[in-house]
Design a protein. Sequence first.
Lengths: 158, 101
Amino acid sequence: MSAFDPVRKEIVVDAPAERAFRVFTSRFDKWWPRDHHILEAPLVNVVLEPRAGGRWYEVAADGSECDWGNVLIWDPPRRLLLAWQLDGDWKYDPALITELEIRFIALGPMTTRVELEHRNMERFGGKAAATRATLDSPHGWSTHLGLFAEAAGTEERC
Amino acid sequence: MITNAFAALADPTRRRIFEKLSRRSLSVGQIAAQLPVSRPAVSQHLKVLKDAGLVGVRAEGTRHVYAVDPDGVAAMRAYLDRFWGRALVAFKQWVEQEEDA
């Protein structure tokens, strides 16, 4: 495995593909790890506009919004291709486009395999290199990653 | 100056150079020998890749050897690998509770 290989994950869920697609795309408020967002105010919801070209953005408690990316392919209930435009510091960068593909494969009427592939890791290179200078400092990226791991490990159930 | 990795890799020749360097480190001459591009042009492309933080250079005797430093990308990849793993587990919990509309 190389650092440039896509991130690939899959999980089998006890739900029809239609429901899996619907919950994935419209219920971020339920399942998205709450600590992972950009704006200062607490995360209220994440919105994915249900069409090709649609925006993907977060909404904070104070009503502010911040883009995350957009919809490249909208093909319910089978396939979703999103542009993920958040960089290594979890900041929106309109010049950065990495592809996030999610496939919903019906294994039975109540069973769906969800396959996720996040591609174009090499495009994080420039930003990652800029961040590398701070990597060894106490407040550097490695600390950020450590905090992320802790937060992800104790994510709230809402 | 192109400082963004995505913009730097938008050029097909630079992408080919970057892909070659992701397999092994190479000198300017070695890259020029493998592509229909002159040495000065290769040097210029390498400068753009270097400014974007995508490749590094070290001196070996009288020549300069270029290489991809995958550390930063590897850290970001590990971050996303953990993130998506946990996000999908949370997704599974909710989708299995949810009723069909």
